[in-house]
Design a protein. Structure first.
Length: 281
């Protein structure tokens, strides 16, 4: 019994000491150091971001304008990078209305046209180039006697693009049309525009010694008096698939560029045709 009591007393003493320690802690509290004051960082003005200029898109390289390059006293070379071809063009040509003369033979009393050499000029318009005479003459002051026409005047004319496009008599010329071509449909459209809606796209044939093709225009097959696609004249129609371009023009039923007024020399037409070449990348 004594031993048990002593143990109980020891337990009470220990519990009391623990209580005293807890009270001491609660009384004094935990003294942590106050938090340090943090000064704000100064505001620094940052430089504006450098703008990187955009690289300008490269502009397409402009093709040079057409040139007329003298070759000799007879020939010039016409070079047109925009329309993709070049060929020889004579410096002069015979024109049946180069001038006029006064005629009184056999009772005549009128100016009449006179053939002669005139300079060749070149007009350009869109996809077309015209080789024609720089000048010609027209008869004026017309009267009529017994069914015959007489002219009291003669006027020299400086040719113009408008006169050529309006087919004003007595103009003679080649009208060369050049277009980019991406398909047979484009070729057919060119046929329709130049030779008529009733004309068709014919066979594509190799041109001897060249890397381009000849294009044939098909008539509608009707008799001439009923046809809307009369092909009774010469023409040239060339197509270069790699360059994607076609060039065509009507030659007519006879030569256009005669070399001399007596018509003794070969016309220039064939040499012009043989000199034709496509140009391009």
């Amino acid at each position: 019994m004594i031993s048990t009591r002593r143990n109980q007393q020891s337990s009470h003493i220990a519990s009391g000491m623990v209580a005293l320690i807890l009270l001491s802690i609660l009384a004094t509290g935990c003294n942590y150091p106050p938090p340090a004051t943090v000064e704000p960082s100064p505001v620094v003005d940052l430089p504006a971001p450098t703008e990187i200029p955009e690289e300008p898109s490269p502009e397409p390289t402009a093709l040079p304008p057409a040139e007329i390059i003298p070759v000799d006293a007879t020939w010039n070379r016409y070079v047109n990078p925009m329309l993709g071809f070049e060929m020889l063009v004579p410096a002069t040509m015979v024109h049946g209305h180069a001038g006029c003369y006064w005629n009184e033979a056999n009772g005549d009393h009128s100016y009449r046209p006179q053939a002669g050499l005139v300079p060749v000029t070149i007009f350009e318009s869109g996809d077309r180039v015209y080789f024609t005479s720089e000048t010609f003459s027209i008869l004026t002051d017309e009267t009529e006697e017994d069914g015959r026409h007489y002219y009291a005047g003669c006027e020299g004319i400086i040719n113009s693009l408008e006169r050529v496009q309006n087919r004003e008599f007595p103009n003679v010329f080649w009208e060369i049309i050049s277009r980019p071509i991406a398909s047979d449909a484009d070729l057919l459209l060119l046929v329709h525009d130049v030779y008529g809606e009733a004309c068709g796209l014919g066979e594509l044939v190799p041109v001897e010694g060249e890397d381009y093709l000849g294009v044939r225009v098909e008539s509608d097959g009707l008799p001439m008096e009923d046809s809307s696609c009369v092909m009774n004249y010469m023409y040239r129609f060339f197509y270069h698939p790699e360059l994607g371009r076609a060039v065509t023009w009507a030659l007519g039923q006879a030569a256009t560029f005669y070399a001399d007024v007596n018509y003794a020399e070969e016309p220039y037409d064939m040499q012009m045709l043989e000199s034709f070449q496509f140009i391009g990348d």
